[in-house]
Write a new protein. Structure first.
Lengths: 362, 328
């Protein structure tokens, strides 16, 4: 049960918390987590107002897993995420404006209104995408690390996925290939205790997820996903192994999502008490309190960071609201790379009037 | 020109493109030490080494997905699936990722990936190993689909596929691997996608043959000329996406009859698609309904006599063409 997992996390290793990073770095981590928290809360409100369509999966409660991992990475490393990907984009530096505009389906969205909540992307910041098919992102991440290895760039890849994805065939296939070919990739299973509404012990015979890659040759590590410092330290170590030893690792980040799986989730599969137990370990509140206790920030600084994060989210909503919807004439943009083989959009489709025969219309 | 087998033409294309561009690399089951299940990759491991020619475990979905990820980040992978039957295990990566990544991320990424695989019945391999699935891939926007039927096209289209920035489904045929043909020499033999080949000219009926069925259509056309005084024009589209509809329509406007021959299933097939396009664009030019000759609408049986009647041969094509001349 969840209490057992909490105990496992709280009881592991050295009971003393890991030391904080430099004060400016610690403040930035707090601010990054606050931005994700406020962004997600506002996104939930905007969904209720029907500004956002489709699915909306919020990462509230999982912010330390996101910021801890992203801050362990170099700028040139690749980050691959799931359908719960707003926070990963933000943590990589994608503008909240672009992420909110994507949620609103606007032309200034980071995927130009083509992807939506589940398919954020920012090539420039090497945020290599949110992916809607559970487990489908693992082979892609292995492929990116293969290219980095092949081209000898020194770049590593971090691939996040949920506990539910560890049951997909791609999990075993990708672990095996990554270990076999010694690829510079870190697999990070964000164990939030549920695959949608099915609890870990009801969906996985092995609940000690860090061990799930061992038989494929991928050693495991575990971090407290409610502690940004611990997550950062463990992912940093995994990235070092990837880069220097050319070995993949599987990092299990033990965490909890405070909200439902998506906005359409009555949460009948868990108790309020369980949620409350985990909320007491809120990764932002506990980290903020620690920064105050250790004299890194005072209460006023903390409030100011919070205000700044809220203001950025306010701006993002205003920006998204002001951004136009994509033009209907852009419907067929970017289905293909136009070139010698595909000179214009080829299809017989009345919605693309006059642009359908492969003549040179590019 | 050099006479070579279809498989040798493919091998030459891979070799030339790998020499030309270090970003081109191969992944697939038994393509290296074993030299390929159909020997298409013979000798490439020796020339290019294990960095560029990678034997993979039997993990089709992940091999294709890795090809997509590598293609997004600077490589031009050519993934061999041992046969098209196994592509069904990789459909998630092919459809959701290879085909859709460019569009769903607003044009930021490209996926210059080639997925090669042979299809086809005729070797008594039964229901799971005899598929012809070009229609399934044809349906997916974002993919290019090539179905070469000659050694020259095998080389020219594969080189074009490797150089293209879009994901290409490159469908070979098990029967064709051993067929010989004239192949233009040199690195510059790159065929155009979206340009059909007229294999035989004729003014009486248009016969469109897909993949191996282009050969079957040619043989049927010889029978029609010799025994029935019917001159059929045989068109091999060579690529299904993009499709050279103009060449098909020009022929139909001349012959006023159209028969489409494919080895795959009839429902939602390539023939169904082309028939719809032809009747939409050339209805007034048709003197008879567009006809299709297809594989039988069932799982492929093992027993030889049953298998042989379950996919098209010349007599069925001849009969279908002659039927377009009869009063309904």
């Amino acid at each position: 049960m969840a209490d057992r997992v909490i105990a496992a996390v709280e009881g592991q290793g050295d009971p003393a918390p890991r030391p904080l990073p430099e004060p400016a770095v610690a403040r930035e981590w707090l601010e990054a987590m606050l931005l994700i928290r406020h962004f997600e809360e506002r996104a939930g409100e905007m969904y209720a107002k029907a500004k956002i369509g489709g699915f909306l999966h919020l990462a509230i409660g999982e912010e330390a897993t996101i910021v801890g991992a992203a801050r362990a990475m170099r700028d040139a490393d690749y980050l691959v995420s799931t359908y719960r990907s707003h926070g990963h984009a933000l943590a990589r530096g994608t503008s909240p404006n672009a992420v909110m505009a994507e949620l609103f389906g606007r032309v200034d969205g980071c995927s130009r209104g083509r992807g939506g909540s589940m398919h954020m992307f920012d090539l420039e910041r090497r945020f290599m995408g949110g992916y809607g098919i559970v487990g489908g992102n693992l082979p892609l991440a292995a492929g990116m690390s293969l290219a980095a290895d092949y081209l000898d760039t020194g770049d590593a890849t971090v691939c996040t996925f949920g506990d539910g994805a560890s049951n997909q065939g791609t999990f075993g296939e990708t672990m095996n290939l990554a270990a076999l070919w010694r690829l510079p990739v870190v697999f990070m299973v964000t164990n939030n205790q549920f695959g949608m509404g099915t609890s870990l012990e009801r969906h996985s015979a092995v609940t000690d997820l860090q061990r799930k890659g061992e038989s494929f040759g991928v050693p495991g590590m575990r971090c407290d996903g409610m502690d940004v410092v611990d997550t950062h330290a463990v992912v940093s170590d995994a990235l070092r192994v990837a880069r220097e030893e050319r070995r993949p690792t599987l990092v299990e980040a033990v965490t909890y999502r405070f909200r439902g799986h998506s906005m359409a989730d009555p949460e009948e599969y868990r108790t309020k008490e369980q949620v409350e137990t985990w909320r007491r370990r809120d990764p932002i509140a506990t980290f903020g309190e620690r920064l105050v206790a250790e004299g890194i920030v005072n209460g006023e600084d903390r409030d100011e960071l919070d205000r700044r994060a809220r203001a950025r989210v306010d701006d993002a909503v205003a920006f998204a609201d002001g951004s136009p919807f994509p033009e209907p004439t852009s419907l067929y943009d970017d289905v293909y790379v136009l070139g010698d083989q595909v000179q214009g959009w080829y299809s017989i489709d009345e919605r693309s009037a006059g642009v359908h025969r492969g003549e040179d219309e590019g | 020109m050099t006479v070579m087998r279809y498989r040798e033409a493919l091998n030459t294309a891979l070799r030339e493109e790998m020499r030309r561009d270090d970003a081109v690399m191969l992944m697939g089951e038994d393509i290296g030490v074993f030299n390929g299940a159909f020997k298409v990759t013979a000798g490439l491991l020796d020339e290019f080494g294990e960095r560029r020619v990678r034997d993979t475990p039997i993990s089709e979905n992940t091999i294709v997905g890795m090809g997509v990820g590598a293609a997004m980040t600077g490589l031009r992978p050519v993934v061999e699936l041992m046969t098209i039957n196994f592509s069904l295990l990789a459909f998630d990566q092919i459809v959701n990722h290879a085909a859709h990544i460019r569009y769903m991320f607003g044009g930021q990424a490209k996926v210059p990936l080639v997925i090669r695989m042979p299809q086809g019945a005729g070797h008594q391999l039964g229901p799971t190993h005899s598929h012809c699935l070009e229609a399934m891939f044809l349906q997916v926007p974002g993919l290019l689909v090539a179905v070469p039927s000659t050694a020259a096209d095998a080389k020219g289209l594969l080189k074009a596929a490797i150089r293209d920035d879009n994901p290409v489904i490159f469908i070979e045929h098990e029967y064709l691997y051993g067929q010989r043909g004239d192949v233009p020499d040199g690195e510059d033999h790159v065929a155009d996608f979206g340009r059909a080949a007229i294999r035989r000219e004729g003014g009486d009926a248009t016969v469109v043959g897909i993949s191996r069925m282009a050969l079957t259509a040619e043989k049927a056309a010889e029978v029609l000329a010799a025994e029935h005084d019917v001159e059929a024009e045989v068109i091999d589209p060579r690529t299904l996406r993009p499709l050279d509809l103009d060449t098909i329509l020009a022929s139909v406007r001349k012959t006023n009859r159209c028969v489409i021959v494919e080895e795959g299933w009839p429902h939602g097939g390539v023939g169904a698609n082309i028939a719809a396009l032809v009747q939409e664009q050339a209805f007034d030019d048709l003197d008879a309904p567009v006809a299709r000759v297809t594989g039988a609408d069932l799982p492929m049986p093992y027993s030889k006599p049953l298998e042989q009647i379950a996919f098209p041969h010349e007599p069925q094509v001849v009969e279908a063409v002659l039927a377009t001349f009869r009063d309904p």
